[in-house]
Design a protein around this ligand. Structure first.
Ligand code: SF4
Length: 275
């Protein structure tokens, strides 16, 4: 049975892990999104590629998703937004392959074309303008939500990566949150941080655990969920939270998540999936 002490100890432990990860990321020049160094380099150096990567993060493994922009560039010979905005057939063919760059071969190309048009028409062809330094977290989130293929979950993930991984200076970190991802949800449920699997419950729990920057918990919870707190046969004894977690392993998160991971089972819906 969980108790108040164990829940609060688990929250503190998760928060400490998140702060540790944030420190590590700040100290690094990069970080690994994919197994392809060239793809990682592109994601780190090109805001446009990062935004396209966010579009790809749906229903496939994170590693495959973040490699998407690089492989798309390889196939097209460019990532020129003005061309992506109008060359719909070429984008669709490049995504379709074979091999396909994504399981949603109809929807993702539409998102790419739509995003390119928006970036050209509203942001002068620069994705970095979407999260220009000094912007408020809520404004960046609102701008991201205007893109087809980006819903609240992806927007929260993107904001956290921008701040934690790329060091983008945004105001209002206290307004950030965790992505409602299947790994995050499973960890919040099994640690007793929430009793209900709803976006509101998860976000409120994150805010309680880290009021000044709830998003600090995002990557930590996701990693715990991916690496230890597996849907079946969780590795509690070696888990980062194993010493304090009440181990409510009969709980599970079902349905749609956000940050693409094959093991998460995130979004098993067909090509019409939501961002
Ligand atoms: S793997 Fe076990 S100890 Fe770790 S978060 Fe999940 S239930 Fe808790």
């Amino acid at each position: 049975m969980k108790d108040v002490w164990s829940v609060s100890a688990t929250s503190r432990s998760l928060r400490a892990f998140g702060e540790e990860l944030a420190g590590l990321q700040a100290a690094q020049t990069g970080g690994s999104f994919t197994a392809l160094p060239e793809a990682d380099l592109l994601i780190r150096n090109s805001p446009e590629a990062f935004l396209l990567g966010v579009l790809f993060t749906q229903g496939i493994s994170a590693e495959r998703a973040w490699a998407g922009p690089y492989l798309l560039e390889q196939r097209l010979g460019h990532l020129d937004l003005r061309r992506l905005a109008v060359e719909e057939d070429a984008v669709a063919a490049a995504v379709a392959g074979p091999p396909a760059l994504h399981r949603f071969v109809h929807t993702v190309p539409q998102w790419i074309t739509s995003a390119a048009r928006r970036l050209v028409s509203e942001y002068g062809g620069s994705a970095a303008e979407v999260w220009r330094p000094g912007s408020h977290v809520l404004d960046v989130t609102r701008r991201l939500l205007e893109f087809d293929g980006i819903g609240e979950k992806k927007a929260a993930m993107a904001v956290e990566i921008l701040m934690r991984h790329f060091g983008v200076q945004l105001e209002g970190a206290e307004c950030g949150s965790v992505a409602y991802d299947v790994h995050v949800r499973r960890v919040f449920l099994r640690t007793g941080m929430v009793d209900r699997d709803t976006p509101q419950a998860v976000r409120e729990a994150a805010r309680r655990a880290c009021p000044e920057s709830p998003g600090t918990l995002d990557l930590a919870a996701w990693l715990v969920g991916r690496d230890w707190c597996r849907p079946r046969a969780p590795l509690c004894d070696s888990c980062r939270l194993g010493g304090v977690c009440p181990r409510l392993t009969d709980r599970n998160a079902e349905g749609v998540g956000v940050r693409a991971s094959q093991s998460s089972g995130r979004n098993s819906s067909p090509d019409s999936s939501l961002g």
